[in-house]
Design a protein around this ligand. Structure first.
Ligand code: AHR
Length: 680
């Protein structure tokens, strides 16, 4: 090596040494600074009594979900049907009508379309007539016809199959192309021909075709085109992905997000959706059962969109069963936002509710049980809860109507638990009920302080069902960390009061960002992507709470921004104590956990975990571009066994799962998809 090279090598070594020393200094400095900070920051102590018998069982039903047809949660969301307005009914019953979102392929010189009332289906008479004016090579290449863009584009994925079904009638031979194409029709993703002689389609005939996509497009459309001159009629066009949850029609990714909350109940189908602005537009279950092509669909005038009602009364019960949640059916009690049926005339509505219960619970030979059986389901569904109306307590005829419903349902089904719309949390109800409904939408600070909401509620009388809660307004953004933290504190309060609060659900659950009717929401999606808001992730922290044991705990110290609790829960292989703590303030707080009543050898720190939901800015949100900006981070808990002191970062929600028994092989605490980090 020449002397120049030696010099260079020596310089590199010196530089590396200096850099290394600097890094070591920096790390030590950080450790010392963190230690100093920990020593100086405020401290609180959570005293937990874990002795046998000191805890209280949390109801099995405590945390569930509220599914409302709002924000296209179902139509254009969980219900995987790709075609919107499949029966051409959305434009109304007067023909010719608007066929939106259908549109024509070609122009007026080559094709003419108009609705008429020639459908074979009694409850939805509108069908589409298509007059093809061009012929053969005289038609634009690719043909003319109609296309449906679905709900802001169909998610068509390469290699996946889609079942397209429709009804057709013509007095001519037909030669139709059924295609899935890119959003402007220029690229064909899948296509099949349907040909038939006039004699075979002179009456309405159902045609089905399976399309396998050769490409992917998240904004695709379905086309029905031809180059054959003549007239034909089309009705009830459906395009369903073959791959839905168990083939039951639920979009897999949205379904999975719901299941991961481990909901113990599902309240459905609304909300205001059940009431309607006017009774004539309310959700009426009988219009949503039977073969899909016979359902009339309806315009939900509160959230202002049309639903084909593919997700109907039957499908809701199927969904509840699939996700392992108790169904809670909310039905209309003869009251909408703007009109009411007086009590003297309420019997038809009562009968409708009784029939809806029979549809779910009746045997296959009963009048309505037989309709369910004809839909492929012999055994009854389990239905144990119904709610009489939504937010109608203050309406003129609510109490009168309620009693008629209550008496009739209890007489026919004494075991069914009935939920009243009137709030019994501050004063007793003036009518019988098993539960009263409690809804709260408010600011973050106010929901945070509602941690104590049910502390003073009478323990006599009906139980509380907090069926809608959320932080709304400025604090919520479109799903902020701030909102989620306040909700976490509120939920800890509910958990602590679960001797009186037996059920709770966030609202709303879903939003398709193409038609946001309510903000914020827990799960945000479009045709192909989705993410959970921080409020969604907070609910995941409570997935193990229902049916577990609430440990008595007391928070001591001087921090009004901290809310904490302890439960004991088990999975198939381990017992845990879970401490949950919200730090609503903007500085770190030390939390010392003192567990009494346990054999000291039982509690093992090794293998215990910490899960934290926080972010650099309390108004941070997730988005399609950053879906995991604010998601829980899980890590192993490192601390001295005798000193369970943990740091609660500013604006954070933390949960600590402390192993109660020695772990031979460390199993994941839950089957969650939390972010895992190896250090703290
Ligand atoms: O969750 C959104 C709406 O809020 C519900 O439809 C209604 O019950 C409440 O007013």
């Amino acid at each position: 090596m020449d002397s120049e090279s030696w010099k260079l090598l020596r310089s590199v070594c010196i530089l590396s040494f200096l850099l290394g020393s600097f890094c070591v200094y920096q790390s030590l400095h950080a450790v010392v600074a963190a230690q100093e900070e920990q020593d100086t920051q405020p401290s609180v102590t959570l005293q937990v009594n874990a002795s046998n018998g000191a805890g209280r069982l949390i109801p099995d039903t405590l945390f569930g979900i509220f599914f409302e047809e709002i924000n296209h949660a179902g139509a254009g969301g969980l219900w995987a049907e790709l075609v919107s307005n499949r029966g051409f009914e959305a434009g109304g019953q007067n023909t010719p009508s608007n066929i939106w979102p259908w549109s024509i392929v070609g122009d007026q010189s080559s094709v003419y379309v108009a609705t008429d009332r020639s459908s074979p289906f009694e409850r939805n008479k509108i069908a589409l007539r298509m007059d093809v004016i061009c012929d053969g090579n005289g038609c634009p290449s690719g043909g003319v016809g109609v296309y449906n863009p679905g709900y802001w584009g169909m998610n068509i994925e390469e290699g996946k199959e889609y079942k397209v079904a429709f009804y057709v009638r013509s007095s001519d031979d037909i030669d139709l192309s059924v295609s899935l194409t890119s959003s402007n029709g220029s690229l064909t993703l899948a296509s099949e021909k349907i040909t038939a002689f006039a004699s075979d389609v002179s009456k309405w005939t159902k045609k089905e075709v399976l399309l396998e996509a050769k490409g992917t497009d998240h904004g695709a459309r379905l086309q029905l085109t031809t180059t054959k001159k003549g007239s034909l009629w089309i009705d009830q066009v459906s395009a369903m992905p073959v791959d839905t949850y168990k083939g039951h029609g639920f979009r897999n990714d949205l379904y999975q997000m719901m299941v991961d909350i481990k909901p113990r109940f599902i309240r459905f189908p609304g909300g205001c959706f059940v009431e309607g602005e006017w009774l004539s537009n309310a959700f009426r279950w009988k219009e949503t059962v039977g073969p899909w092509e016979e359902r009339p669909g309806h315009f939900g005038d509160v959230w202002k969109y049309w639903t084909d009602d593919g997700l109907g009364h039957f499908e809701f019960f199927q969904l509840a069963e699939d996700i392992g949640a108790a169904p809670i059916w909310v039905f209309n009690n003869g009251i909408s936002h703007n009109d009411e049926v007086e009590t003297a005339s309420i019997m038809p509505f009562v009968q409708e509710a009784l029939d809806g219960i029979e549809f779910a619970r009746g045997d296959a030979n009963s009048t309505w049980g037989s309709v369910r059986a004809a839909m492929g389901r012999q055994e009854p569904f389990e239905l144990k809860y119904v709610a009489i109306g939504n937010e109608d307590c203050g309406k003129t005829y609510y109490r009168g109507n309620y009693i008629v419903f209550y008496d009739a349902i209890k007489k026919a089904y004494p075991d069914i638990k009935i939920i009243s719309n009137c709030d019994g949390s501050s004063s007793p109800l003036d009518h019988p009920a098993d539960y009263y409904d409690f809804h709260i939408y408010t600011s973050a600070s106010s929901l945070f302080s509602m941690y104590h909401q049910f502390d003073g509620t009478s323990r006599k009388g009906p139980k509380a069902f907090v069926s809608e809660y959320a932080v709304t307004g400025k604090d919520a953004g479109t799903g902020s960390l701030l909102a989620a933290l306040a909700e976490a504190a509120f939920l800890i309060g509910l958990e602590k009061n679960s001797d009186i609060v037996e059920m709770a659900s966030y609202a709303p659950l879903f939003v398709n960002t193409n038609d946001r009717r309510w903000n914020p929401d827990a799960i945000v999606f479009n045709s192909s992507h989705l993410y959970g808001t921080p409020s969604y992730w907070v609910q995941r922290f409570f997935a193990e709470s229902s049916g577990s044991t609430l440990l008595s705990s007391e928070l001591k110290g001087n921090s009004s921004s901290i809310v904490a609790s302890a439960i004991s829960w088990k999975n198939s292989s381990q017992d845990y104590i879970r401490i949950k703590a919200v730090n609503f303030g903007d500085s770190s707080v030390n939390l010392k956990v003192l567990v009494t009543g346990l054999d000291p050898n039982v509690m093992k720190v090794s293998g215990s975990t910490r899960t934290v939901l926080t972010s650099t800015n309390v108004m941070d949100e997730n988005s399609f571009t950053q879906p995991e900006k604010v998601v829980p981070q899980e890590s192993l808990l490192e601390m001295a066994e005798e000193d369970l002191t943990v740091v609660l970062p500013p604006h954070s929600f933390s949960s600590f799962d402390l192993l109660k028994e020695p772990a031979k092989i460390r199993k994941p605490v839950s089957d969650s998809s939390y972010q895992k980090t190896s250090t703290m």
